[in-house]
Ligand binder design. Structure first.
Ligand code: GLC
Length: 540
């Protein structure tokens, strides 16, 4: 296995508006991040992925960019960003940025010009098409990621434009070579300024092969025309060869709906690794709002498939689009600490570059929402409209909505038990603070040697100290359906990783001889019966 620095590192994702609000305007900011670099470093993470900080009207919190070369004034300035790069470098840390190039904001000057002036060169930067039936019907039957049609009509004309996300996020047209040139320049600008790579937003859907009608589906009608198309591979290779390979950087591509074969193509001389979501879709039926009970064996089956068949990928359970993992695959009520640590053991036992999300290191949980007015997430509002139109019982609608709402992961970081969890000095916050902050916060965690935080710190240090935990092969071990057990093998090195993913006590007959490197119950010997959410790594 090829050794690379980015395989060995732990990446810590920051959702900037939720991290630390130093100027007390209600939004986390770049200065806030700078003030927490030592904190992140002390956890053991040396790379930070910043969700978008670019200028944006914030329809989708920065994933709708109106200027790729400037910073959202709510979050700071370009000078703050330069300071962040410099302060990170001083600490031997790196920053990767979010590259959002499937779409721009509808307030980007390109789009404004394109919309107002059909003869402008920018018209062909996007997909403008005449509607069918004299403009009464959209140009095709595609539906968008946030539900509803993927086309928006331009008032007073028969024309529509394509948007696979919100209507304020028009899709760029990569059939036009000028668009790719713009993207290369954006990449170079940030790499030259000091960034070490990109997390590439919904990167495998940027190229639309055709605008024909799609096969009708519950979710994403039309996807066969844009998921991982040949044109996309060509573009990614070009960006890799002409830009990325000239820098010491890496990319991680968010790949939507990618099969194993697609993922293999996307990492063949294109992206360095991917975020694939199959392991976070195991409790979903058909569309993200429909969720069932978590079944550990399903997670095991899915992770095992990817670990065995995909040479190098990411290992992650959280990000700004997912609900909190301790509330989803763990038990945030009865086994908060134990299950958060069990999931951490699983994540760090697996092969791949580690990505953790702000707050995961203290076991931040889902939020109790009282009404739709408390929710900011644009996709939740779209889905709310859809559910309303279906006239489902209110209670059911609310359950569906709050089961998937992305704001669970976006509430302000819980630093301490002071006002607003120490996120700011007590001014309003852009999204409400989770009410459990007096007990779940960084300060409490740092005062308790047995906390989730220290467990993450130990796991990170452990992984860095054992090459086999980074580069070792993955070998599944058959066990009870609620356990995930595997070995990592690297030359003479061998490790046994075992995680009870349930609240049941489980009798096992695993060979547990060896040195216990980590165990979330701090046992000196592994008993024949595993406790709820017990997990360990043993060096054989
Ligand atoms: C990605 C982002 C998500 C955003 C979407 C559109 O999935 O992670 O937050 O809404 O792309 O840019």
């Amino acid at each position: 296995m090829d050794k690379k620095w980015w395989k060995e590192e732990v990446v810590y994702q920051i959702y900037p508006r939720s991290y630390k609000d130093n100027d007390n305007n209600g939004y986390g900011d770049i200065q806030g991040i700078i003030s927490k670099l030592d904190y992140i470093k002390s956890l053991g993470a040396n790379v930070i992925w910043l969700s978008p900080v670019y200028k944006s009207p914030d329809d989708d919190n920065g994933y709708d960019i109106s200027d790729y070369y400037d910073i959202n004034p709510k979050l700071g300035t370009l000078d703050d960003m330069k300071e962040l790069f410099a302060e990170a470098k001083k600490r031997d840390m790196r920053i990767i940025m979010d590259l959002v190039i499937n779409h721009t904001s509808d307030e980007h000057p390109w789009f404004i010009e394109a919309k107002n002036n059909p003869d402008s060169k920018y018209r062909d930067y996007y997909y403008f098409r005449k509607g069918k039936k004299n403009g009464k019907k959209a140009p095709n039957n595609w539906s968008g990621y946030f539900s509803g049609p993927a086309w928006e009509k331009i008032e007073g004309t028969d024309d529509y434009y394509l948007h696979l996300f919100s209507k304020k996020q028009p899709d760029l047209n990569y059939h036009n070579p000028a668009v790719l040139e713009e993207v290369k320049n954006i990449c170079k600008f940030w790499l030259d300024l000091g960034c070490s790579g990109f997390r590439c937003d919904v990167i495998n859907i940027i190229y639309k092969s055709s605008l024909e009608d799609g096969k009708p589906r519950i979710f994403l009608t039309g996807k066969e025309h844009y998921v991982s198309q040949d044109g996309c591979h060509k573009i990614l290779k070009e960006i890799r060869h002409e830009v990325l390979d000239k820098y010491d950087c890496f990319t991680v591509g968010e790949s939507s709906e990618a099969t194993m074969d697609m993922a293999k193509d996307l990492t063949n001389d294109e992206l360095h690794m991917l975020f694939c979501f199959e392991h976070l879709n195991i409790d979903i039926i058909g569309a993200p709002v429909f969720r069932t009970k978590f079944k550990p064996w399903k997670l095991n089956k899915c992770l095992t498939k990817w670990q065995l068949n995909f040479p190098w990928n990411t290992s992650f359970f959280e990000c700004h689009d997912q609900v909190r993992v301790v509330s989803r695959y763990g038990d945030d009520k009865n086994y908060h600490k134990e299950s958060a640590k069990a999931i951490a053991t699983l994540q760090f036992g697996l092969k791949g570059t580690m990505f953790i999300y702000e707050g995961q290191e203290i076991g931040m949980t889902n939020v109790k929402w009282n009404s739709i007015d408390e929710i900011d997430d644009v996709s939740t509002h779209y889905v709310n409209k859809l559910l309303k139109s279906l006239h489902l019982p209110k209670k059911l609608s609310w359950k569906l909505l709050t089961n998937f709402c992305r704001d669970h992961a976006r509430t302000p970081m819980q630093w301490d038990d002071s006002i607003n969890a120490g996120f700011n000095e007590g001014n309003k916050t852009w999204l409400k603070v989770n009410e459990n902050y007096p007990t779940i916060n960084v300060k409490n965690n740092l005062e308790d040697k047995d906390s989730i935080w220290y467990y993450y710190q130990d796991l990170i240090a452990l992984r860095k100290s054992k090459e086999g935990l980074i580069y070792g092969d993955f070998k599944p071990v058959k066990a009870n359906k609620n356990l995930m057990v595997f070995e990592r093998i690297y030359g003479e090195e061998k490790y046994l990783v075992c995680v009870n993913l349930s609240k049941k006590t489980i009798r096992h007959n695993l060979d547990t001889k060896g040195k216990i490197l980590i165990n979330n119950y701090k046992k000196e010997n592994i008993d024949e019966v595993l406790l709820p959410y017990e997990s360990f790594i043993i060096e054989k």
